[in-house]
Ligand binder design. Structure first.
Ligand code: ASP
Length: 344
């Protein structure tokens, strides 16, 4: 007889893990006993559910690469003991953490599902209850003894997304996330319907953990009227190794001489410039318009249809783990863990 599925819930903080303290009227984090009291339905799963609580619990605005590494290390340490992992996390930076984890946990063959909520678990109309229950069910799902979703995902408001394709787009509604350039991995209605063609296949190799990130990166978002001194100040940040240029449309930028020269000179000095579009849907196609030909000629790397969240974590990950500039450029241009669609 198959053993009960075992799930580890990691609590990092965020709105979901809070209840309203009746005495003080303030939101406070819940402990694990409270979690079962708040959601007695969790017991009905008949799973072994354990809990790991980070200390301190944080608002995800305080998330950083050190905490990403702590989360990934717990998953690596407990990897053989559990069938799947659910991470409770604030929604604000959830897409960054999901992207970072996808790069850190290479050869992942088990589900790692991030979830959170817009209203705390302790509130009557909370969305956290459904989000957590759905995440736990998906984390435990197996077919032929193989996990159905062996990848890092975000589960929110009945939708399951590939983590590194997701961005938070709504601070108001329960439907807070979108995956604009990649299909949903599953939708939860009466039953959970999996989009199997979109889900990674397990490779059954040993999990490999990478925890180093280099934060010598920056983002420059273009806007009409951007001045030479603003562009120059970004390109000359001391120690900067890579810059995301958030461009217009399909990867376009001004073709004024001062702009072209600044970009060219920085790349010649060794800076990596990664072209990511400001649009949520669609991709960078350098050379499609005259206003991107010069970027390609200068050696700017295409971000294809990558999100800014995945792009910044990919750069930090590559700079932290690879020394050879050409190797980093080659890896930037390919999809490592399904973070972008590369057609040619
Ligand atoms: N500020 C909160 C956080 O990201 C919002 C949330 O949990 O959804 O931690």
């Amino acid at each position: 007889m198959r053993e009960k599925p075992s799930i580890l819930i990691l609590n990092t903080g965020g709105t979901i893990g809070m209840v309203l303290d009746e005495k003080t009227g303030a939101l406070k984090p819940v402990n694990f006993d409270d979690l079962f009291d708040l959601i007695p339905t969790l017991r009905l799963f008949n799973f072994n559910i354990d809990h790991f609580c980070f200390d301190p619990l944080i608002d995800s605005s305080n998330m950083n690469p050190t905490t990403w590494a702590s989360i990934a290390k717990v998953i690596e340490e407990k990897y053989e003991l559990y069938d799947g992992f659910v991470i409770l996390h604030g929604s604000d930076t959830m897409a960054f953490t999901a992207s970072a984890l996808s790069f850190m946990l290479q050869n992942l063959n088990k589900p790692v599902i991030l979830t959170g909520s817009q209203l705390p678990l302790g509130m009557i109309r909370t969305d956290g209850r459904e989000n957590l229950l759905t995440a736990v069910e998906i984390a435990a799902a197996k077919e032929d003894d193989t996990p159905v979703v062996p990848e890092v995902c975000i589960c929110f408001e009945n939708q399951l997304f590939r983590g590194n394709r997701t961005h938070k787009f709504n601070a108001q509604n329960f439907e807070a996330f979108r995956s604009s350039n990649y299909p949903e991995l599953a939708t939860a209605g009466v039953s959970v319907e999996y989009n199997r063609a979109a889900i990674h296949k397990p490779n059954f190799k040993k999990l490999k953990l990478y925890t180093k990130f280099d934060t010598n990166v920056a983002i420059l978002r273009l806007y009409p009227g951007i001045s030479e001194k603003v562009v120059q100040a970004h390109l000359e940040i001391p120690g900067l190794k890579a810059l995301i240029l958030e461009t217009y449309g399909s990867g376009n930028a001004p073709d004024e001489t001062w702009f072209i020269n600044l970009i060219k000179r920085s790349i010649e000095k060794g800076l990596i410039i990664f072209n990511v579009t400001q649009c949520q849907v669609g991709k960078v196609e350098m050379g499609k318009y005259a206003t991107s030909v010069h970027l390609k000629a200068a050696g700017v790397v295409s971000g294809h249809d990558i999100t800014t969240e995945a792009a910044i974590t990919k750069l930090m990950f590559l700079l932290g783990n690879y020394e050879n500039r050409q190797e980093i450029l080659n890896l930037l241009d390919v999809s490592i863990v399904g973070e972008m669609t590369v057609n040619s």
